[in-house]
Design a protein. Structure first.
Length: 558
């Protein structure tokens, strides 16, 4: 058996997964497939197709489950359970397979009582709660891990991020927690790092760091606005990717900049040195604490000027993050002390959408044909908290025969939301749509909506730009910080201040009043159609000029 184990290890480290699967299946009797061997087999099955095969995921899930049941009070059994939970979520997420979540929670409770708060087990059950959109339990488990004070940086980031969805939160919390995050980030010895250049280059070397320049990710539409229109005599542009995979979108951005590098496989020290060697003057982080972020790199300073923009609309808490790009609708003068960064206030709006390939048309109000009002929200379901559900439910009850169309920008299980709407007696008025592979089909779905309802306190951004592009007005609510005021800034920059509610009661009042005045709705849609492309929301040329002028201002202060 020892000889076989050595062969198995060799095949695994050489990534010869098919050979290893064959060897285990043909050389070992079932009774000799120990829990470690079963774990190895299940992992190889998932790795050989990179989780893209439904059959492989289901097979691996079955193996992991049996391994746990065979040995549920050992570390190997615990690992089997963690693998079982993760592959169950993956199969449901990618292939809509049936998953017995009650069974998963039963096994979790059983293991949790025996092993205690094991971080791997907690992180696995967190994935389940994220998939089920159970925000209360997500924060409960994230907080339990953070309070241990030795949690992963990614867990600390998730804890701060998921608090953005809480109505009860305040900016002081984010400020304090982000400073605690910085204290937990590694600080590397400068003796191991390339020295940051202190001489100005012939051109300003501007870099962006992101893991999200792929597919139809939201930030690509805003980043494109400035990268397609800048002074090439004055700037040299670099992109640093942290992508596991690259696609046509990634390649498009590579072609429009001067140089690009993928640092995904590099450790922090090597990443810092690579960026410093390129003598970057200004680097802009497009992730903050979101996505596959590399926030620790910025604590250790990559360039003389470091700026946060787009991906995370809040303070990073880093003393070395010099600036955050915002506008005066988002951060008020008396709040600047709750951001560790200095604020770069762009004149009108903090970002500008590059627009869509779909030709704009003056889409008629759906009410004309339906004879009832259709509300809609295509925001990430994480943003639909209990308070949002209650507010939307009151609107549906007050507006006769009204409907609400919901579609998440990220795939989520809908059972939790359905329960909440059922509790509010409006479930029959809700339609849940699945994500579409065609972006044109996605945009065309807005033609079915009379009024888009924004989420709060975490507003939509890309979804609001999409709705407005399709002539659909967005009703939003005033917030308490950058993150929760994005809807305000968007509406103010298209001249729709009327659609900014003071609170929940005003939100309900405005939704009802607008529903009862379809002529006003038509007038608003006409205004959007006629003024959109010249507004600061989509005026790429003007935004790019002002964006780069702001960068030059801080650069000249060096």
């Amino acid at each position: 058996m020892e000889e076989k184990s050595l062969i198995f290890k060799k095949l695994f480290y050489e990534k010869r997964y098919n050979e290893l699967i064959f060897a285990i299946q043909t050389t070992l009797e079932e009774k000799k497939k120990t829990t470690p061997i079963q774990n190895l087999l299940g992992v190889c099955i998932t790795l050989r197709s990179n989780g893209k095969s439904k059959e492989d995921l289901l097979w691996a899930t079955k193996i992991f489950k049996q391994a746990y049941l065979n040995e549920n009070q050992t570390n190997d059994g615990l690992l089997s359970l963690v693998n079982f939970i993760n592959t169950s979520v993956d199969s449901n997420n990618f292939f809509d397979t049936e998953v017995n979540f009650k069974e998963i929670f039963h096994y979790f409770k059983e293991a949790n009582s025996f092993f205690g708060d094991n971080e791997g087990l907690i992180l696995a059950i967190l994935r389940v709660h994220k998939h089920l959109n159970n925000s209360e339990m997500i924060l409960f488990y994230l907080k339990s891990l953070v309070e241990k004070k030795n949690c992963k940086i990614s867990t600390f980031c998730s804890y701060i991020y998921f608090n953005c969805f809480k109505k009860e939160q305040n900016q002081k919390f984010f400020f304090d927690q982000s400073k605690l995050l910085e204290q937990n980030l590694p600080k590397y010895d400068e003796k191991d790092l390339v020295k940051i250049h202190d001489n100005k280059n012939d051109k300003i070397r501007l870099a962006f760091l992101s893991a999200d320049i792929v597919g139809r990710h939201s930030i690509t539409y805003f980043l494109k606005t400035i990268l397609l229109k800048y002074d090439k005599k004055k700037y040299q542009i670099f992109l640093f990717f942290n992508n596991t995979k690259e696609d046509l979108t990634t390649n498009f951005f590579k072609e429009i900049v001067d140089q690009s590098f993928n640092i995904k496989t590099l450790n922090d020290t090597d990443s810092i040195n690579l960026i410093r060697k390129n003598k970057i003057d200004i680097i802009i982080d497009l992730m903050g604490i979101t996505s596959e972020n590399r926030i620790a790199l910025f604590k250790n300073r990559l360039a003389p000027i470091q700026i946060s923009w787009l991906g995370y609309c809040n303070t990073t808490g880093l003393r070395n993050m010099d600036y955050i790009i915002s506008d005066r609708n988002l951060i008020y003068p008396n709040e600047e002390n709750l951001y560790t960064e200095k604020i770069i206030f762009l004149p009108e709006i903090w970002n500008c959408h590059s627009g869509f390939d779909l030709k704009r048309k003056d889409n008629p109000l759906p009410f004309k044909n339906n004879k009832y009002i259709t509300f809609g929200s295509f925001n990430n379901f994480n943003k639909i908290n209990n308070n949002v559900v209650e507010t939307w439910s009151k609107i549906l009850k007050e507006v006769t025969n009204s409907k609400l169309i919901l579609k998440s920008s990220i795939k989520k299980n809908t059972e939790k939301l359905k329960e909440l709407f059922k509790k509010n007696d409006v479930l029959e008025s809700i339609t849940f749509l699945k994500r579409t592979s065609s972006y044109e089909d996605h945009l065309n779905t807005y033609k079915e909506i009379d009024i888009a309802l924004d989420t709060f306190p975490y507003n939509g951004v890309t979804t609001s730009f999409e709705a407005i592009w399709m002539n659909v007005p967005v009703l939003t609510m005033k917030g308490f910080n950058f993150n929760s005021r994005c809807g305000e800034s968007i509406n103010k920059n298209i001249g729709l201040n009327y659609l900014i509610a003071d609170d929940e009661n005003d939100y309900i009042f405005k939704a009802i009043k607008l529903s009862n005045d379809t002529e006003k709705l038509i007038t608003i849609r006409n205004k959007i159609f006629n003024e959109l492309t010249s507004s600061s929301l989509f005026d790429k040329n003007q935004f790019s000029l002002k964006f780069f002028k702001s960068l030059e201002t801080v650069y000249n202060q060096l």
